[in-house]
Ligand binder design. Structure first.
Ligand code: ATP
Ligand code: MG
Length: 231
């Protein structure tokens, strides 16, 4: 459903990603791993359209989206939870969730119950400002906001970064639940090896802006970890 072919992308004159190709099939959880600064976020931003790829192509459900602006990619069903969450601190939880709906106007009748019930903690905080939530709660809000638009492909950029273990577990459960339903594919940037092993179907490892290893999760063994991920 997502096919990234030989893209090159970066910031101004500086090229970060070179010849990067990845595939996500319907309902799959695909993980992107790699050390800090190798280009994982650059890849998610390029798929979302916040950065333009200089070469190569990106197709989604057999449609070429390489030149589409981000909001059109959202409308086609690509949801995005950026690294660092980026919720609106001055808006309430409810208002943040409603903004998620703007990404896809085909969703009617308000924020879908299915997006909120995955994060029970949020329902008791509807009128609280986003900025007054804990980091973990903000992460859950960002996740629920992305789900409000009923995405068919969800990009998650390090959703467990700096989050306490119990909320990491909640997020893992939500990802596994989405996977079990089989209606939404997930492209997950994640640094925790155990987390990846517990949710992924397929993995890619990036080093210096290029894919250096990939395979089904069964092939993600200690040798791969030692070679590419251990500092
Ligand atoms: N706005 C920007 N302008 C210029 N260079 C940038 C910008 N954002 C990131 N970079 C550079 O691009 C490279 C890749 O950054 P990126 O954020 O994609 O890495 P990452 O793999 O997501 O790292 P992390 O694990 O720390 O999140 C880094 O060298 C970074 O300094
Ligand atoms: Mg990053």
């Amino acid at each position: 459903m997502l096919s990234v072919k030989q893209i090159e992308s970066g910031y101004g004159e500086s090229i970060i990603l070179r010849d990067v190709s990845i595939e996500v099939k319907p309902g799959q959880v695909v993980c992107i791993m790699g050390r800090n600064g190798v280009g994982k976020t650059t890849l998610t931003k390029t798929i979302m359209g916040a950065l333009k790829s200089k070469t190569g192509s990106i197709s989604y459900n057999n449609q070429d989206i390489t030149k589409l602006p981000p909001y059109e990619r959202s409308r086609l069903g690509i949801g995005y939870v950026p690294q660092g969450r980026e919720i609106f601190a001055q808006l309430t939880v409810q208002e943040n969730l409603l903004l998620g709906l703007e990404a896809n106007r085909t969703v009617k009748n308000g924020v879908p119950q299915s997006s909120i019930e995955k994060f029970p903690v949020l329902s008791s905080m509807y009128n609280r400002k986003g900025g007054d939530l804990s980091g973990g709660q903000q992460q859950q809000l960002a996740f629920a906001r992305a789900l409000a638009s009923k995405p068919k492909l969800l990009l998650l950029d390090e959703p467990t970064e700096g989050i306490q273990p119990s909320i990491v577990q909640d997020i893992q459960d939500v990802i596994r639940g989405i996977k079990a339903q089989g209606e939404t594919a997930i492209l997950l940037v994640e640094q925790s090896i155990d987390f990846v092993k517990s949710v992924a179907d397929y993995y890619y490892i990036i080093e210096k802006g290029a894919i250096v290893a990939e395979g089904t999760i069964e092939t993600f063994d200690d040798a791969v970890v030692r070679q590419h991920l251990v500092v």
